[in-house]
Design a protein around this ligand. Structure first.
Ligand code: PMP
Length: 438
């Protein structure tokens, strides 16, 4: 990259600054689906809080009260962003993974869970104490709804509690799922539904009441806020009736010794019940700031612009021989700015490395924490992905982008794919005596 260097504290070495040349961001980090760059106005808002920084829910001091207000106002801002119903709770968590694990820990006894095999592991795996039905990858949105209806109709206890967990937009294909229809199907069968909006919320409006879902989970670091905080928002009843996710201060209203020597605990029945310990005020505040910024940009404009970038990538990739874009619902299905593909004759990891080294483009290669989905899309066993040559390399390349991605980054990506496929043979490896050699 050849830019100037600067020392980075903690890392303990100089790093080259390939980030900005001539006012343009030169390194194209097209990996928004993993973590999107935090918006400048979010960093600015966080910095503006520095002089007021103080403990939360703990102190009588002015700064403490300010921090507490900031934390609670952040909760209200998220509720507004998600269009929450008056009785909904907004719980601040660490991430989508944390949010879904919290809900899994709050399932009522005997709850059955229904989940498509195409989910990210964060929504596929947390339901360890429930009876889980895994639904096969559907080929159309309509098939997804029909499959869910069939499974719910056949459930073990038609009157018992049931939960459907579904992603709003796939982190592999970017395809948008028929959330409203799935929610209607769930409710028609007396089940509840949680929306994994990790990939949808940064790209599309998510209105909990309008979609009629019971809960929404998302992560700040994919929604243009920094790492470390996420949200679970929705129905209060299951959350209020559940044991606290973490036990400790903040979650407990009163704790007293009993005559028999034990302790009695009365837990809060607000969101605080599941937020034991000193809360991540900055994380919550940054999420609220990002929500405010997105609402300010307006999703109509964001969606329209992102769709233009999606079209540029789709059209560009369609012209490159040997490139196959991954899709469950067909090439023309609506999708957010997340596109995965494989290239004939190429190992996806080498392709991604070449994009970074030669073009300054950061994408992700691999299985994207969605092994069964990648297995369904590529056919075969992703565990065998360690091979050097393409035929046995069952992993893919993912490019993803969103608000603030310059057109130039996407155009550079399309040009880079075209050039690498045409004359990138120096990047092709083969296996010799079990080892990768150039
Ligand atoms: N769900 C989906 C659809 C995702 O894309 C991701 C992150 N890749 C997650 C859940 C998990 O998010 P986090 O790692 O922030 O918990």
């Amino acid at each position: 990259p050849g830019g100037p260097s600067q020392p980075l504290p903690v890392l303990g070495r100089e790093v080259t600054v390939p980030l900005v040349t001539g006012g343009e961001v030169a390194y194209a980090a097209l990996d928004y689906a993993a973590s999107a760059p935090a918006l400048q106005r979010v960093w600015d808002d966080v910095a503006a809080y520095a002089p007021y920084y103080g403990s939360v829910h703990r102190g009588a001091g002015y700064l403490s009260q300010l921090s507490t207000d900031l934390f609670e106002n952040s909760r209200a801002a998220v509720a507004e962003f998600l269009g929450c119903r008056p009785d909904d709770q907004v719980v601040f968590t660490r991430s989508t993974t944390d949010s879904l694990n919290l809900l899994a820990a709050a399932l009522p006894g005997g709850c059955e869970v229904f989940v498509f095999e195409t989910e990210h592991h964060a929504s596929l795996l947390p339901w360890r104490t429930a009876r889980v039905t895994y639904l096969d990858a559907p080929q159309t949105p309509g098939q997804a709804v029909a499959a869910l209806e069939g499974a719910l109709a056949d459930r073990h206890d038609p009157y018992g509690p049931a939960l459907v967990c579904v992603t709003g937009a796939s982190n592999v294909t970017g395809e948008i799922w028929p959330v409203r229809e799935l929610a209607a199907a769930a409710h028609a069968h007396g089940a509840r539904i949680v929306l994994d909006a990790a990939q949808l919320a940064p790209h599309h409006p998510v209105d909990i009441a309008e979609l009629d879902v019971d809960w929404v989970a998302f992560s700040g670091h994919k929604l243009y806020a920094p790492f470390g905080a996420g949200v679970l928002a929705g129905r209060a009843d299951w959350l209020r009736e559940a044991e606290p996710y973490l036990a400790g201060g903040g979650a407990s209203r009163t704790v007293a010794r009993r005559a028999d020597g034990g302790v009695d605990v009365e837990w809060h029945d607000t969101a605080a019940r599941h937020e034991a310990g000193s809360p991540n005020v900055i994380g919550a505040y940054a999420i609220a700031s990002a929500c405010r910024a997105l609402a300010g940009f307006g999703f109509d404009a964001l969606v329209a612009r992102e769709q233009r970038l999606v079209d540029t990538v789709r059209a560009g990739l369609a012209e490159v021989p040997g490139v196959r874009v991954l899709s469950l619902f067909g090439d023309d299905s609506p999708r957010v700015g997340v596109i995965s593909f494989v290239v004939d004759g190429w190992n996806s990891s080498h392709f991604a490395a070449a994009l970074s080294a030669e073009y300054g483009i950061g994408v992700r290669d691999g299985l994207f924490c969605a092994h069964p989905l990648v297995r369904a899309l590529l056919g075969g066993d992703p565990e065998q992905s360690a091979g050097c040559g393409a035929p046995e390399a069952l992993n893919a390349i993912r490019v993803s982008f969103g608000a603030g991605t310059p057109d130039e980054h996407v155009e550079r990506f399309v040009r880079a794919v075209r050039e690498l496929v045409r004359d990138g043979a120096r990047w092709l490896y083969r296996t010799e005596a079990g080892r990768c050699v150039p």
